[in-house]
Write a protein that binds this ligand. Structure first.
Ligand SMILES: Cc1cc2nc3c(=O)[nH]c(=O)nc-3n(C[C@H](O)[C@H](O)[C@H](O)COP(=O)(O)O)c2cc1C
Ligand code: SF4
Length: 617
């Protein structure tokens, strides 16, 4: 697959049917491959047209509504034609701090497209998108899937001029990389992200494949015992013990078991999995193969976020090489009777698909809606069969544990959080990027390491994590103290903690899947509540109501997204009460906006001021 998108451009309905037939037949008309089918169709036509929906439905023998339902869910799938070049600008607190608004303005002027629209000549669509995993190199953008980083307004005219000269089938121009860390990634302009290697994941000196070889010499039960001895906990955020998950999955009786690598990495501020997949793909694939052997699985699936499509060709080449040398396929790794292969599933821009049950639905070619639990994926996951979903970094740890032993691994970190952690650092510090540090390091020690002497607050664990104040900088980064899946965003004293919390609130409004009311409605009300505070219109009663609402959304939401969405508000209320108090009004009630603010658009359109009574506006 290449990552250029071309436009429909006059393809007849008959040709659409023919194109769809070829695409559907290439996956043996497998309904669970609907994501691949729809993405391939969009790649050929530029969007998923009515004809295409009809043709796919007919060929798969399903109802068109199933396709519409799925396509409408994902931000990267289009039912309408878009510009020949689709520019998606990363919108995060960090990108905004680094001047993303000015870059967006420059793109708008250069292309003639308003943000959220397509230019009159049909060439460019310009949109904001949630974090694209480049927090250390903002402002960043995806243009037809190609990543551009560290953009400034003055970069924009030459980029747009170069794009205009490209012919449809050529996609975007290549921006060759400039250092070894991205060797082979020609379709991206990305700087090196790995700042500090540690003694576990990024260690050097062990022969490639040694972990897999050691694992295949043991029994599956022994491997699971080794993970238990190492006290390995999942690196995706929740810190669930990997050995327990694998034991439950293995015990579950079924025709087939599955291993899934969660490479969705949608948490704003997190990009360590991108770096791992770039730098050490074989270590991750070894870990998946070890898991496959331990669980008795024949199939491994990598769910790669759509924003990382530019990694696709490279990862496929690594998998192909592994097949050639016998590490995948029949008797994988030379182990008689162990047949195991790995397939990559590309996501399509939905943060909720990082949640494991939503991810599984997406893998099955559906909208990524979280499932009710129980049953847990270890009992009924992919295709209703036992499935272990683990994070990219967890698989890398598995390989290292098999290479060097459980005691060696447990010798790093703390008794409850063994090993090291990869942290993705962005924001106000001198050296943003990925750091591998032992669990147990204090926030203060870590801030010294990254060069952040002026940190006024640190968002640990992305928007769903905790906003940490200086009084807590002595705390340890570990599951039992300050926990993070990998995101560390640093803000100095020039930043407004409530503005940042409001931007996180907006992120959850965008990313709520809409299935349950507490989250769908609650996240919007939370955002509106924060906007009222920012406008200096909130009263003590508003703050009390906001806190009660935040607790309700936390308690009543169906999945982890809604349950953690209020965290930015609750943790800033707890740790920065003075920031709220400074903005409070003493009145018992104030409307969210003044009459003047409510009439602002009408005033602009009419070109005349309203007559407002004294004291009302
Ligand atoms: C909204 C939401 C998003 C998530 N995103 C990710 C993600 O991008 N990557 C990830 O590994 N886990 C993510 N998780 C956690 C997964 O559900 C799951 O716990 C994890 O993949 C298990 O792997 P681990 O045990 O190796 O940590 C997310 C959870 C929620 C609720
Ligand atoms: S909590 Fe939010 S994301 Fe989760 S199911 Fe409900 S609406 Fe969807």
């Amino acid at each position: 697959m290449t990552i250029s998108e071309t436009q429909n451009g006059g393809i007849s309905a008959a040709d659409v049917t023919r194109i769809v037939a070829t695409i559907v037949d290439a996956v043996q008309a497998d309904r669970t491959r609907l994501m691949d089918i729809v993405q391939a169709v969009q790649h050929r036509l530029g969007y998923v047209s009515d004809e295409a929906v009809h043709a796919i439905a007919e060929r798969l023998g399903i109802h068109g509504v199933e396709i519409e339902d799925m396509v409408s869910f994902y931000a990267f799938l289009n039912r309408e034609p878009k510009g020949r070049f689709h520019i998606r600008l990363s919108k995060t607190p960090i990108s905004m701090m680094r001047g993303a608004a000015a870059v967006a303005g420059a793109f708008s002027r250069a292309t003639g497209a308003v943000i959220g629209g397509t230019s009159p000549d049909g060439e460019f669509t310009l949109e904001w998108t949630s974090d694209i995993g480049m927090g250390d190199q903002e402002p960043a953008a995806l243009i037809n899937g190609t990543v551009l980083t560290a953009l400034t307004p003055s970069d924009v005219l030459p980029i747009v001029a170069a794009l205009r000269q490209q012919h449809a089938e050529n996609g975007v121009p290549l921006f060759p990389g400039s250092d070894a860390q991205r060797a082979g990634l020609l379709k991206a302009k990305i700087g090196a992200s790995l700042v500090k290697s540690g003694p576990v994941v990024f260690q050097t000196g062990t022969a490639a494949g040694a972990g897999l070889e050691a694992a295949l010499a043991k029994s599956p039960e022994e491997i699971i015992q080794t993970m238990a001895k190492a006290k390995l906990r999942g690196r995706g955020g929740a810190g669930f013990p990997t050995a327990l998950k694998w034991k439950l999955c293995r015990q579950s009786v079924s025709e087939a078991h599955h291993v899934v690598c969660n490479a969705d990495e949608g948490e704003p501020g997190t990009f360590k999995d991108r770096v791992l997949l770039t730098e050490l793909p074989d270590v991750v694939f070894d870990g998946m193969t070890i898991a496959g052997y331990a669980l008795g699985a024949r199939r491994g699936l990598v769910y790669l976020r759509g924003e990382y499509a530019y990694l696709w060709d490279r990862l496929q080449a690594v998998l192909e090489h592994r097949r050639r040398v016998g590490l995948l396929g029949k008797d994988a790794g030379g182990k008689a009777g162990f047949d195991f292969d790995i397939r990559i599933q590309l996501g399509a821009g939905a943060y909720i698909c990082g949640e494991e049950s939503a991810l599984i639905d997406s893998l099955e070619g559906k909208r990524g809606a979280p499932r009710d639990r129980p049953p847990f994926p270890t009992d009924r996951g992919y295709l209703q069969q036992p499935t272990a979903v683990d994070n990219v970094e967890t698989f890398a740890c598995v390989t290292r544990i098999m290479e060097k032993g459980a005691e060696w691994f447990a010798g790093f970190g703390t008794p409850d959080s063994t090993g090291t952690k990869l942290l993705s650092v962005s924001g106000d510090c001198q050296r943003p990027g990925v750091y591998e540090v032992p669990f147990g390091i204090t926030v203060n020690e870590f801030l010294d390491l990254i060069g952040a002497p002026d940190a006024a607050f640190v968002q640990m664990g992305g928007p769903s994590g905790q906003c940490t104040a200086p009084k807590d900088f002595g705390r340890r980064i570990a599951y039992e103290d300050l926990s993070t899946g990998g995101s560390v965003m640093v803000f100095n004293s020039g930043r407004d903690v409530l503005e940042i919390a409001t931007q996180f609130a907006e992120f959850f409004v965008e990313e709520s899947c809409g299935w349950c009311t507490p989250c769908r409605v609650g996240t919007t009300l939370l955002k509106q509540g924060m906007e009222k505070v920012l406008r200096n219109r909130a009263t003590p009663a508003d703050i009390a109501a906001l806190e009660a609402l935040a607790n309700t959304v936390s308690r009543m939401s169906r999945c982890g997204l809604g349950q953690t969405a209020p965290n930015p508000i609750l943790t800033t209320m707890r740790n920065f009460p003075e920031a709220y108090e400074r903005r409070l009004q003493a009145e018992t009630f104030l409307p969210a906006v003044t009459l003047r603010e409510a009439l602002a658009v009408a005033v602009e359109v009419q070109g005349r001021e309203p007559v407002v009574q004294e004291g009302v506006g």
